[in-house]
Design a protein around this ligand. Structure first.
Ligand SMILES: Cc1cc2nc3c(=O)[nH]c(=O)nc-3n(C[C@H](O)[C@H](O)[C@H](O)COP(=O)(O)OP(=O)(O)OC[C@H]3O[C@@H](n4cnc5c(N)ncnc54)[C@H](O)[C@@H]3O)c2cc1C
Length: 717
């Protein structure tokens, strides 16, 4: 049924109910005074014609409950007064539960979709809580007659609770209250008002009874949590509030926040402060990308009307520059800086001895909480013959000083793409091998196609659908044998190379520092298993960063670090679930590919009701002026609204431009507001505004504009 048909039906039903209610004076019949005044007549009719009375009473009750007509309390009293306690209780119990379930189904059928669409992300936590513990909450709500019956039906219909669960929990939960009212009905002559039936004491007792299952559940969970510590001695005093293992992005931010919160923190690092991002990840790769881009530009100076002699790449100097960049940034992550911020930095390899003890450099330190931030490492695949060829990973490639003539890059993900294009621009003959059908497998095909075309134009030999099967070294050269899937056909292809760079993924560092001894397990993706509060099975041991997943970015690590740190320091008083709703990322290829939220492929897979807005950057003045007019802004918008569900930007400044959509999604700003925001002319970020403009054009009020056109023509005379 369409949205409008549903609205018409709801309004129709509501109008019909109100009309029936007032036209037939239903309110009067369902009043306490009417019942009292006519009790003896009604009792006489009920005993002279019991079966018909049962049926009429039962049906009336179901209708009243289903349509949320006021008067259920009076009807319950009538049940006791007309049929006695046992029969009254049975009739009311079934009729009220069936009626409640109808009301619940109305709400579910007519309102739930709308509520989910409108408030989906905001109420996700509530929905998950209901999925998990809905039966307990419902039982509590039903037991305390203070919570309006119709409101419970309406609200629960909007949740994912199962219909059958709803029915039987409602019946069970309402039984005590129903019994009290039916019993009161059997002594109708002694009651003067509805208010006196359930005394505050009785209400209190119901409330305790209602909360009992929830309280027992909490106690059981607390016992279960405490049980994990049963084989360990909990120190009476602790050396630290928090010990952080690993000084990469995640560990640094965690320890900094904890120190700011005046906790005593130790940060243990076995290798280099700054971890992957500074030493082998983001920083060296971005420094490489810059040198490569300058080399590329200098080769294409004629595009800008310039002339120059041939560009010579001094590979060793490029790699030395990268080391220099790292050195320059090192002080930001140094022991000195962090010591100054109040963090005790310890150089050494940490080993968890117990949930409260960490051993480092032969000394055992006690701590109230631990945060594991041990990061990830490049995956070295078990491909036969790999050990017989010279291979590098993103950990080791930075030590290269001699340019490899023929570089094989294995992997078409972000790291593989950034490095393949850069080394090609620096003069290597690069072959990039990817097992999947496209580069950047997480992105839409139109994005991947544009990147592949750019790479090919720049001389990268891109081989998608190629699966590396075997490496070999022979006749003074190196080879990889690949299986190439060409439609349904498969063929074997051999590629010759000098050096291979492995960029096929990263695995979390979970071994060798005591997790095995403590029985802390991994999830299916190899990261450490944890709950939404980033706690492992030991509530005082937290995880964050690459070792926790699911995202492997520096900004995601820093984001999680806040949760791990604050949850550890303020436990058990407050705790926050890590919020992953709006996590952006960018691959710094040229053009860059940045994304937040869902893309078109995912929107289709999820069968969402959406519109795609695509603005071509080839139309953007500033991009044309800069000869960077390639790419597009693609926004996935919820149909019928301006709500941004996701955005992908491919363009030379995509990593910066995406922030506008990140803010929009984070703070619930729609495309109308982006369109209404002044963007400086001429900038690359104007592309976001033009995309919003395209949306507006597509959603312009045609009927109104036709009227305005008529009006204008009338004014012209
Ligand atoms: C080539 C490349 C480019 C990248 N580019 C980007 C980018 O542009 N943007 C982005 O957001 N992300 C990028 N990343 C990802 C980013 O580097 C990681 O997501 C980030 O570094 C994760 O930080 P972390 O603190 O979780 O782990 P890490 O930085 O790996 O830190 C973990 C630390 O723990 C230490 N450690 C491990 N075990 C122990 C122990 N037992 N005792 C003591 N210390 C221990 C390690 O020595 C290490 O220093 C890139 C990664 C690579 C490889």
């Amino acid at each position: 049924m369409s949205k409008y048909a549903k609205i018409v039906l709801i309004l129709g039903l509501a109008t019909a109910s109100i009309w029936t209610f007032s036209a037939f004076g239903v309110g009067e019949y369902l009043s306490f005074s009417y019942l009292k005044a006519n009790a003896s007549d009604l009792q006489a009719q009920a005993s002279s014609n019991p079966l018909a009375s049962f049926a009429i009473y039962f049906s009336l009750y179901v209708v009243v409950a289903a349509f949320s007509i006021p008067g259920a309390a009076v009807l319950t009293l009538a049940g006791g007064a007309l049929f006695g306690f046992v029969r009254g209780l049975l009739l009311v119990s079934f009729a009220s539960s069936i009626g409640a379930t109808f009301a619940f189904l109305f709400s579910r059928y007519f309102l739930r979709d709308w509520v989910e669409k409108k408030f989906g992300s905001k109420i996700r936590d509530i929905q998950e809580g209901i999925k998990r513990d809905g039966a307990f909450y419902l039982f509590s709500l039903r037991l305390v007659p203070l919570f309006p019956f119709f409101l419970v039906n309406l609200l629960m219909g909007l949740t994912p609770i199962r219909v059958w669960t709803y029915y039987w929990i409602s019946q069970l939960g309402m039984l005590a209250g129903t019994a009290a009212y039916v019993n009161a009905g059997t002594q109708l002559s002694k009651i003067d008002s509805l208010g006196g039936i359930v005394s505050p004491r009785l209400l209190g007792a119901f409330a305790v009874l209602g909360l009992l299952p929830l309280i027992s559940k909490w106690i059981l969970e607390a016992i279960k949590k405490a049980k994990v510590y049963s084989s360990y001695k909990i120190p009476k005093q602790f050396d630290y509030n928090l010990i952080v293992i690993g000084a990469g992005a995640a560990g640094l931010v965690t320890s900094y926040i904890a120190a700011t919160l005046r906790a005593r923190v130790a940060l243990i690092e076995k290798n280099k402060m700054g971890g992957d991002c500074l030493n082998t990840g983001c920083i060296p790769s971005k420094a490489l990308i810059k040198s490569a881009k300058v080399a590329h530009l200098s080769r294409n100076l004629s595009d800008y009307g310039l002339e120059a002699s041939e560009t010579k790449v001094n590979f060793a100097k490029v790699m030395e520059r990268i080391s220099g960049v790292i050195k320059k940034i090192e002080p930001h992550d140094s022991v000195d800086r962090y010591t100054g911020l109040g963090v005790e930095c310890i150089e050494g390899s940490a080993m968890l001895e117990s949930p409260f003890e960490v051993q480092v450099n032969g000394k055992t330190l006690t701590t109230k909480n631990v945060v594991i931030a041990t990061g990830a490492r490049p995956l070295v695949p078990k491909i036969p013959g790999l050990e017989s060829v010279p291979y590098f990973t993103s950990d080791t490639i930075w030590s290269l000083r001699e340019r490899p003539e023929r570089l094989l890059v294995l992997g078409g993900g972000p790291i593989g793409c950034e490095l393949a294009q850069s080394f090609a621009r620096l003069g290597c003959k690069v072959t990039q091998v990817e097992m999947g059908p496209q580069l950047m497998s997480r992105e839409d095909p139109d994005v991947a196609n544009l990147i592949e075309a750019t790479f090919k134009r720049e001389g990268v030999d891109v081989r998608c659908s190629h699966k590396a099967l075997e490496f070999s070294h022979r006749e003074n050269s190196n080879f990889v044998k690949c299986e190439f899937k060409n439609g349904a056909a498969k063929e074997t292809v051999e590629i010759e190379f000098d050096v291979v760079l492995l960029a096929i993924g990263r695995v979390a560092n979970t071994k060798g520092f005591g997790l095995e001894k403590l029985g802390i397990e991994n999830s299916s993706d190899g990261t450490i298993s944890h709950d939404p509060f980033l706690r492992t099975k030991y509530p005082n041991i937290y995880v964050c960063g690459d070792v926790a997943g699911p995202y492997q970015f520096t900004h995601a690590a820093a984001h999680q670090a806040w949760y791990a740190s604050v949850n550890a320091i303020f436990s058990p008083f407050v705790k926050f679930k890590a919020d992953y709703r709006v996590i952006p990322w960018c691959t710094f290829s040229d053009p860059e590919v940045a994304r937040v939220g869902i893309n078109e492929t995912e929107a289709k897979e999820k069968k969402l009701d959406f519109d795609v807005i695509k603005y071509g950057i080839d139309d953007l003045d500033r991009a044309i002026a800069d000869s960077e007019d390639e790419g597009f802004v693609k926004v996935i918008v919820q149909k019928g609204s301006d709500k941004v569900l996701g955005a992908t930007i491919i363009g030379s400044h995509a990593g910066d431009m995406i922030t506008e959509f990140v803010s929009a999604m984070k703070h619930g700003i729609g495309l109308k507001k982006i369109l209404g925001t002044i963007h400086i002319y001429p900038t690359h970020s104007e592309a976001n505004k033009y995309a919003a403009g395209l949306w507006k054009k597509k959603n312009k009020p045609e009927a109104l504009l036709r009227w305005v056109e008529k009006f204008q023509s009338w004014r012209r005379g």
